[in-house]
Ligand binder design. Structure first.
Ligand code: GLU
Length: 474
């Protein structure tokens, strides 16, 4: 049996497939590939009457642009190889969506479900203290964000910790993104990664040539979708494509198994059930299947792995039946599985593009924090006033008895409304996702030697990172 490489090796293999098709000097190629540094910290926190030691990491992959950016993960699977792989993906992801950051990632080896809220706060603050002390959390050098096992709550603790240690830093709020609104966050950040997956799918479905490669036609409507993981990313992606685009989510795979319903699952109800019971078992509107992994192999049009890395690997790749896989998680397909799937003709929308919605909106949040003003605050009412002016004029013309038209109320109210922060964020996200897809597909279609979207995505990203190193004279 062929053994699977580690996550980091897997990312390197995919990187190598792309650089083979590029004209980079070996020195530069090596410089881009390697992780610049990984800081490991072991710290103790007194909890439940004794000292518990935790291990955490913050890895910086590339500093061709600063600050470097990437989430902090709380999970028992956290280890150096994993954070380094994830940090590398952040570099390529940011380059692809043109978020002006280098790549970084952090992690703490912990099972957050084992600790209650005030214990988690102590642990998070202590970890943040260790990173802040070394400028591994800093608005101009390294800006973390949520990832698996972390969310707004942890980001609020981190920004507060940073403020306590940097009382005069006027840009303190920009030291971390994914914060709650009342702690300097931005509208639309929580949904951003899932929203980005939806925008990525919509963009893919705009091109007949691309759909044809996946043997698909039409739009997202009635497409059969399987989602793995109903966490923040999987939940939002599944919710948006089913509620807004008419796709049918026929199966959801979670920790305890899978729930299947050929008529489509109601994601909102299922999410409530998962939040209440901790799993999908006993959800009434579907059949429960204990062997969740087997459901990855069910017939469907679109498979959305939105949980862990390495779930589609050498053991199951040849049995995957989906025509299109969109990697909402980081690294769900191993390099070996990727090769098998591409040879079978499966189209894969790769992680470095598919889940870049999170960091894209993080970029907007960081800009908001640095500019100290909410998006839309200056122009919204002015925009409404100008629209009102136009409506008044149109109505004046319409009142002429020879014309006699009446603008509909629904048009008037929609047209009059100036964009609020959420609408602006979504518009910026949509634009970023479309532009990135277009740069990727141009390479995919224009070059005979580029077999798939992943290789194309890596080529676009690496070219941008290389250009930045070259202009620095490195
Ligand atoms: N953790 C997310 C990711 O993997 C978001 C990173 C960020 O917003 O900086 O892309």
């Amino acid at each position: 049996m062929t053994t699977e490489p580690s996550f980091r090796e897997s990312v390197d293999i995919m990187f190598n497939r792309a650089v083979k098709l590029m004209d980079l000097s070996p020195g530069l190629e090596q410089k881009i590939r390697v992780c610049n540094s990984t800081y490991t910290v072991r710290f103790g926190v007194r909890l439940r009457g004794e000292i518990h030691t935790f291990t955490g990491y913050r890895s910086v992959h590339s500093e061709h642009m600063e600050p470097v950016k990437g989430g902090i993960r709380f999970s028992m699977s956290v280890e150096q190889d994993e954070v380094e792989a994830l940090a590398a993906l952040m570099t390529y992801k940011c380059a692809l969506v043109q978020a002006p950051f280098g790549g970084s990632k952090g992690g703490l080896r912990i099972d957050p479900r084992e600790w209650d809220e005030h214990e988690m706060e102590q642990i998070t603050r202590r970890f943040a203290y260790e990173l802040i002390k070394r400028d591994l959390i800093n608005p101009s050098q390294n800006v973390p964000a949520p990832d698996m096992g972390t969310g707004e709550r942890e980001m609020a603790w981190i920004v507060d910790q940073y403020r306590r240690m940097n009382t005069t830093d006027i840009n303190a709020a920009a030291c971390v993104t994914g914060k709650p609104i009342n702690a300097g966050g931005i509208q639309g950040r929580v949904e951003a990664t899932g929203r980005g997956v939806q925008y990525a799918l919509r963009e893919f479905f705009r091109y007949d040539e691309d759909k044809a490669k996946a043997n698909l036609t039409g739009t997202l409507k009635d497409k059969l979708v399987i989602v793995q993981g109903l966490g923040n990313v999987g939940y939002h992606a599944a919710k948006f494509v089913s509620e807004e685009d008419g796709s049918k989510v026929i199966a959801v795979i979670e920790r305890d198994g899978a729930v299947v319903n050929p008529d489509g699952l109601n994601i909102e109800l299922l999410k409530e059930h998962v939040t209440m019971t901790g799993g999908v078992k006993d959800f009434l509107a579907g059949e429960f299947i204990e062997d969740g992994a087997s459901v990855l192999e069910m017939d469907c049009d679109i498979l959305i792995p939105a949980a862990l890395e390495g779930v589609i690997n050498l053991t199951n790749a040849d049995r995957i039946k989906a025509n299109l896989i969109i990697e909402a998680a980081n690294g769900p397909i191993t390099s070996g599985a990727d090769e098998i799937l591409v040879n079978k003709g499966v189209v894969i929308i790769p992680d470095l593009y598919a889940n870049a919605g999170g960091v894209t909106v993080s970029y907007f949040e960081w800009v908001k924090n640095l500019s100290h003003i909410r998006f839309g605050r200056m122009q919204r009412r002015q925009e409404e006033t100008r629209h009102q002016l136009l409506l008044n004029e149109l109505q004046r013309l319409g009142d002429d008895p020879s014309i006699n038209w009446e603008l509909s109320d629904s048009f008037k109210s929609k047209y009059l409304k100036g964009a609020d922060e959420l609408e602006l964020v979504r518009s910026g996200l949509d634009d970023s996702m479309r532009a990135a897809y277009q740069s990727m597909r141009a390479v995919w279609h224009n070059r005979d030697d580029v077999p798939d979207l992943r290789t194309a995505a890596f080529i676009v990203s690496i070219e941008r990172v290389a250009a930045s190193y070259r202009s620095k004279g490195l």
